[in-house]
Design a protein around this ligand. Structure first.
Ligand code: AGP
Length: 620
């Protein structure tokens, strides 16, 4: 959440900062701002709204070859210009951009105010600017003693200040009297330094750096960095220097342009056939009827020892986990669960050292999923990543794992990452299943079915059926109920999430059997009920729930698979290609993605950047 970009070099900072903010805007887009350094002064510009608003407000010839910038997703304080970053100290000599949360803001602020600091925003981040100024001016922790070692030393001042801040941070700081440096610090909120020729960059996301350099240094938690034109020096927050490791970013990992599509969400829905091919390519061993995920480094012996499997994620990733857990149980006959990361990390989970966990995340930066990852490691459990963004915090924390290879997903609403997460989990379930339970022919049958899915997805997207009729039903509804059983319950949950976040239509999703235990009370004549009932062992049960809804006057949108004799039972009937019943989510989710997209469009929503949301949720 929130994006940071910084630059120190010899050319004008403004275009680099604005371009970087545009690339990071998916992280948060309430407001944006930047500060450059020129002739001993800080030039600060901030605007509410999108980066484009800031770009029009900042003079094209803005001076300064050193600068920091920020795009905000509000946590403390409303969406106002005063709350936009950068924040400065009382005298305007130090500017700070911050991702994360200062948990002890109240105590720090009270002390700083008592010393005369003038606060101009409601944010927690402003505290950091005043605190650094306090130490840069040489005052001691209580304002009474003098710290001559810290006075006038930017790194020492940031280190002394951040050691007193509780919470999470990625911060970048510039000093009016230090024209050629940026000081950065990280604790729980990612920062990466880019090394150029005679210029150095900083970003909260390495993809913002790829137009400029591929040589990067990832800051670790509780590290600081001093950026200058010559490169970077890193330090430990607790004292001493650190050893920066330079990494080479991968070649361009896909197309992040919209092409001929009007927005990213529609493009990414249509990316799915190729994205799935990327994920499955080379990983299915058709002859042996199994799969190989090299990044897991799992021997058959270790696979035999696994006592349980846990898939952990948030939002769409959690829905993918539900499907993954079902696949592992069915194919490998090993107990498997899906866990919501924000709950899991705080419930003091019991970790069996023989169990295997997966942190599932598109961005690889989701704070709750990262927190759960660390909790599992701390308790002696084994955790691997199922992640899209290469080199992200979760990927690096886990060390081992599977990249899902969706390519960049820019729309806030996740689509192609969902299907690729599931595809990666199917591969794992097949590998595990073939070792523990499946015969060669059973393995081959599943492997063949999985390999055929990208073509089926492509075929469906060419002719998606009567989505428009479903859109008409949902856009005027008070609420929409999504029903499904087994793996289709996860698809129902994902369809409801998508329609809520893109179109702002209130939705609830329930396993169909639960409907009569409560949600049925919502049904009135005309209430839309979306029923996901591909041909599987549970379809008859789901169809009974469809009839119960219809008996209360509900308007049924039915999703089935080709050739199902009950395909015409809905008021709107959408048919997807037939596949193995465990694989049906890869097909049945497609009409729900299109439904959300088209409903959002019909209601005039901002499709790629829905209100209040951000692509990467790096706060709890
Ligand atoms: C999906 O459409 C949502 N925007 C959101 O639920 C998302 O899936 C969730 O925040 C998890 O993100 P991650 O996959 O990057 O961890």
């Amino acid at each position: 959440m929130c994006g940071i970009i910084g630059f120190v070099g010899l050319r004008q900072a403004r275009p680099i900062l604005i371009d970087g903010l545009r690339r990071l805007e998916y992280r948060g887009y309430d407001s944006a701002g930047l500060a450059t350094l020129s002739e001993g002064r800080l030039l600060v510009h901030r605007r509410v709204g999108r980066v484009s608003e800031l770009a029009s407000a900042v003079p094209a010839d803005l001076a300064g070859a050193t600068g920091i910038a920020h795009t905000r997703w509000a946590t403390h304080g409303g969406v106002t210009q005063a709350n936009a970053h950068p924040h400065t100290d009382s005298l305007g000599r130090i500017a700070v951009v911050h991702n994360g949360i200062v948990e002890n803001m109240a105590a720090l602020k009270a002390r700083l105010v008592a010393e005369g600091a003038v606060f101009r925003s409601e944010t927690d981040s402003e505290v950091i600017a005043h605190l650094i100024a306090h130490f840069y001016d040489g005052f001691g922790p209580l304002g009474d003693s003098i710290m001559p070692d810290v006075a006038g030393d930017p790194v020492a001042a940031v280190r002394t200040a951040m050691a007193r801040v509780r919470g999470t941070w990625g911060v970048a700081v510039v000093f009016a009297d230090q024209p050629d440096i940026i000081v950065a610090a990280r604790n729980g909120s990612p920062l990466v330094v880019g090394l150029g020729e005679g210029e150095t960059f900083l970003a909260s996301d390495s993809h913002a750096l790829t137009p400029y350099t591929r040589r990067v240094v990832y800051l670790q938690d509780r590290e600081l960095a001093l950026l200058s034109r010559e490169g970077v020096q890193t330090f430990l927050l607790d004292g001493g220097e650190a050893n920066p490791t330079v990494h080479e970013l991968e070649e361009e990992w896909g197309d992040s342009e919209k092409g001929d599509f009007p927005n990213f969400m529609l493009k990414e829905i249509h990316d799915q056939p190729d994205a799935l091919r990327q994920c499955l390519g080379g990983r299915i061993l058709a002859e042996e009827g199994t799969a190989k995920l090299g990044g897991l480094d799992l021997s058959p012996r270790r696979v035999m020892e696994v006592s349980r499997v846990g898939f952990i994620g948030c939002g769409t990733a959690y829905h993918a986990c539900m499907v993954g857990a079902a696949a592992v149980e069915q194919l490998a006959r090993v107990p498997a669960t899906a866990e919501i990361a924000s709950e899991y990390r705080y419930r003091n989970p019991v970790i069996d050292p023989r169990s295997l966990h997966f942190a599932v995340s598109q961005s690889g930066e989701t704070a709750d999923t990262l927190g759960a990852t660390r909790e599992i490691e701390l308790k002696g459990g084994e955790i691997m990543g199922i992640v899209n963004v290469v080199g992200s915090s979760i990927a690096r924390t886990c060390g081992k794992g599977v990249y899902i290879h969706s390519g960049p997903e820019m729309a806030v609403a996740s689509t192609k990452a969902f299907t690729n997460m599931i595809a990666a989990m199917y591969l794992f379930a097949l590998q595990m299943g073939r070792t523990r339970a499946l015969s060669p022919s059973q393995g081959r049958e599943f492997a063949e079915a999985l390999r055929a899915v990208p073509d089926l997805v492509e075929r469906y997207l060419k002719d998606p059926g009567p989505i428009d009729a479903a859109v008409t039903a949902v856009i005027k509804a008070k609420n929409v109920l999504f029903l499904g059983r087994g793996v289709s319950a996860a698809v129902a949950a994902e369809g409801a999430l998508k329609l809520m976040e893109v179109a702002y239509v209130p939705c609830i999703a329930y396993p169909s059997g639960e409907m009569k235990h409560g949600p049925i009370a919502l049904l009135e004549p005309g209430s839309p009920v979306i029923v996901i009932a591909p041909d599987d062992a549970l379809k008859d049960k789901t169809l009974s729930n469809l009839q119960e809804s219809r008996a209360r006057g509900a308007f049924i949108v039915l999703i089935t698979s080709e050739g199902d004799e009950y395909s015409e039972m809905g008021d709107v009937n959408i048919v997807v290609p037939r596949t193995h019943e465990l694989l049906s989510p890869l097909l049945t989710v497609l009409p729900l993605q299109l439904l959300a997209y088209q409903a959002g469009l019909a209601l005039g929503r901002d499709i790629d950047r829905p209100r209040n949301l951000a692509k990467s949720v790096t706060v709890e």
